[in-house]
Design a protein around this ligand. Sequence first.
Ligand code: SF4
Length: 280
Amino acid sequence: KPICLVENVNGWVKKQPKRKFYGELPYTYLKIADGCDHTCTFCDIPNIKGKHESRFPEDIINEAKELVDSNVKEIILISQDITQYGKDLKEKTNLIWLLNDLIKIDNLRRIRLMYLNPGSISDDLINLISKSKKICKYLDIPIQHIGKKILRRMGRKGSYNEFINLFSRIREKIPEIAFRSSIIIGFPGETENDYNLLCKFLEEVRLDWVGFFKFSPQEGTKAYHYNNKIDKKTVDRRYNDIVLLQNEISMELREELVGKTLEVLIEQSSIELNNYWEGR
Ligand code: SF4
């Protein structure tokens, strides 16, 4: 059931009062905070962007209303970790309160949440997502790895079992949920056992999409100085194999959708096929 067709894109862009659109798509990103208070040893963002800083809720709501007036149907809330929203503001607020206000905006059809730290996803948030027709049943939860030793070297919390429990807890409440995650391959000290455990995890948890990244040492980060760097040949092999593994899982999950009727936000006509449309 298509919910939007992109028409008259030029007029749409002109009507946009403050923001400039760079694309012709019916969705857009809305930054709710910037910076990060986490201390991942491989990441330079806290050095570049500084501490987590939330935008005022009224500014976000006003911008969201303007976007919707400009024909945006889906707003993707982004920040380095949206679960931290509001913790630095004097006014008492948080992600759940913000979502409850955004949901009330007429003609906003979808709200998508991007980048939730796996350690900060509360039952209240899961309940709200499960009940709201407007919040996409899609969560981007970067886990980066599952080996406890590797995670601690990364400066991150979590473990194999904790992540299995997290994804199961969400699926229990929201069976139709789709997950995306990000994982670093070849972090210094990653053994063959760590890597095999990661593959086992992916087979067990069956995430819909995963972005894999080969570890790349960033100057100015703690991990830049770590010993036990993994040689390029091993990293390439692990990366290629795990991408193939996940592609199979993703394909199987997509095939399960064949024959189902889903609501789709039309983005554009297909470049490859006549009379087909691409949507999300
Ligand atoms: S990886 Fe993400 S959560 Fe970790 S420090 Fe960087 S921005 Fe923050």
